[in-house]
Design a protein around this ligand. Structure first.
Ligand code: SF4
Ligand code: SF4
Length: 96
C-alpha cells in the first residue's frame, strides 16, 4: 500500500492526544525555516508542517523554491508533492 495512505490510516486510529503528539514530532522535523520561500511573517506566526496542516493562511503567497524533498517528514510520511505552503497539504494535493 502507498506509504502516505498507510500513515493516514494509522493517524485515523489515534486519539486526539496521540495526534497532537505526532504533529508536534513532525513539526520538530520540519525544515521549512531553512527554505528561501519561508518568510518573516511565517516565522513570526510559527507556521510549519504545511504538508499536514495545509497552506500558509496569509504569509506565503508565492514559493519559487521548495526544499521539502530534503525533509525527514517526506520519507517518513511517503509524501509525493511539494510547495505545500502555497498549494496545500499532501492530502489536498492528492485530492483525498
Ligand atoms: S515536508 Fe516540507 S512542509 Fe512538510 S514538514 Fe517537511 S519541510 Fe515542512
Ligand atoms: S513547503 Fe516547501 S516551499 Fe513552502 S516553505 Fe516549506 S520547504 Fe519552502
Amino acid at each position: 500500500m502507498d506509504k502516505f495512505v498507510e500513515a493516514m490510516q494509522m493517524m485515523a486510529k489515534m486519539t486526539d492526544e496521540e495526534k497532537m503528539k505526532a504533529i508536534d514530532m513532525n513539526k520538530s522535523l520540519c525544515i521549512c525555516r531553512a527554505c528561501p520561500s519561508y518568510n518573516d511573517c511565517a516565522k513570526e506566526n510559527g507556521e510549519l508542517l504545511y504538508c499536514s496542516l495545509g497552506s500558509s493562511p496569509t504569509c506565503i503567497t508565492e514559493a519559487t523554491v521548495c526544499i521539502c524533498t530534503g525533509c525527514p517528514v517526506t520519507s517518513k510520511m511517503g509524501l509525493k508533492n511539494l510547495y505545500f505552503c502555497t498549494k496545500g497539504s499532501e492530502k489536498e494535493q492528492r485530492g483525498m
